[in-house]
Design a binder for this molecule. Structure first.
Ligand code: GLY
Length: 368
């Protein structure tokens, strides 16, 4: 299915609006990396919990540059990428894929400059150092014994670094991490757990847990979207059918459990959620589904994923979600959720939501 001219028009209008919002942000608060809004405003000094979002602003600038070819966006995109270069050796987070895939990898794809590629590769090498032989996973930022579903969005940069350098050992770690996550965090019905806890001495899996979801045995929507997208990416590197099957199982769960407009609540298990939407999960799912539509070998499912992704983008480019008709709002996409229990970014714009929304919009327009 090709996008209707009406949807293409909405996507172009969303990108124009994003340009205005981002220009306001980087000119009013230069060289800052806000994560989520409070009452629609980016600058508030609220807690970060962990620093995983610093690539998403530069990533949006790269997307705008590619869309407009305006040198203003190119200069800003390079500048915001350079501001995070030092993070390529950051051992404190499990998020170097988020940081460097959205920025330096986009820069490299545009230029083919080996110096830029070296930064991407180094970030992947650093991330691989989180691998634990006992348990066979990349540890999360919270503890040695903790594996997060979110890391499936980051492991791609390790596969990439291994491919670029011919490092079989690094490839093995990325592969084993993906298999461990598939085994312990993805359930038979395609739902996902946020976290897995392991015995540090024996490496045995102990139990599933959550930080941002409703319950340990529930399915936090963004976590599932990370899995849907991330396992698809791992399949595109490995061509191992197990990963495509897992991504498709997650897609099936998403589609079966989400209202017709395509936007889930923060957790599908929460009874009568007070807040009906987690728009960033929808944006990530839309972008991941557009990838899956290309990856799956089944034409009917390809059509379903694309059709469903277009439906999500149609919803998110409407006035309930796009902030273009909300005076004074500084983000792009409303109704996102960062960490409900901690009260961080609840029903707000979130930087990764804006990034994956623009990525999905660009894919709909054929720009990815
Ligand atoms: N920690 C990543 C997320 O909130 O999705």
């Amino acid at each position: 299915m090709t996008p209707s001219s009406e949807l293409r028009h909405k996507c172009n209008a969303a990108l124009d609006f994003a340009g205005r919002q981002l220009r306001h942000l980087i000119e009013t608060y230069p060289d800052t990396f806000p994560m989520y809004t409070q009452a629609g405003k980016w600058m508030h000094g609220g807690e970060a919990w962990t620093n995983w979002c610093e690539g998403f602003l530069g990533g949006q600038l790269w997307l705008l540059y590619r869309h407009t070819r305006d040198p203003y966006w190119r200069a800003k995109a390079e500048h915001y990428s350079r501001l995070i270069e030092h993070r390529k050796t950051d051992r404190n987070v499990h998020d170097l894929g988020f940081l460097f895939w959205s920025t330096w990898k986009r820069w490299y794809d545009l230029t083919g400059d080996p110096q830029i590629n070296r930064v991407v590769v180094e970030a992947g090498q650093t991330l691989s150092l989180r691998f634990k032989e006992q348990g066979q996973y990349l540890r999360s930022f919270v503890a040695e014994e903790s594996l997060f579903i979110d890391i499936m969005m980051n492991v791609g940069i390790i596969f990439y670094a291994a491919q670029q350098t011919g490092d079989a050992e690094m490839w093995r770690k990325a592969m084993q991490h993906s298999l461990t996550t598939r085994r312990y965090l993805v359930r038979g019905d395609g739902s996902t757990a946020h976290e897995g806890l392991f015995n540090l001495k024996t490496g045995e899996f102990i139990r599933q847990s959550t930080h941002q979801g409703w319950r340990d045995d529930s399915s936090w929507a963004r976590g599932l979207s990370w899995a849907l997208y991330g396992f698809g990416t791992v399949y595109s590197f490995t061509r191992d059918a197990r990963f495509l099957q897992t991504a498709e199982l997650c897609a099936q769960y998403y589609i079966e459990h989400t209202p017709a407009h395509g936007v889930p609540p923060n957790d599908w298990t929460e009874p009568n959620p007070a807040l009906p939407y987690e728009s960033s999960a929808a944006a990530i799912a839309a972008s991941g589904l557009l990838n899956l539509a290309r990856l799956t070998g089944d034409p009917a499912r390809s059509l379903l994923y694309r059709d469903y992704a277009l439906r999500i983008v149609d919803t998110l480019t409407g006035p309930e979600f796009l902030a273009s008709e909300t005076p004074g709002w500084e983000g792009i996409l409303k109704h996102g959720m960062y960490h409900q229990r901690k009260g961080l970014g609840v029903d707000e714009s979130v930087m990764w939501g804006d990034y994956f929304f623009l990525e999905a919009v660009c894919k709909v327009l054929g720009e990815e």
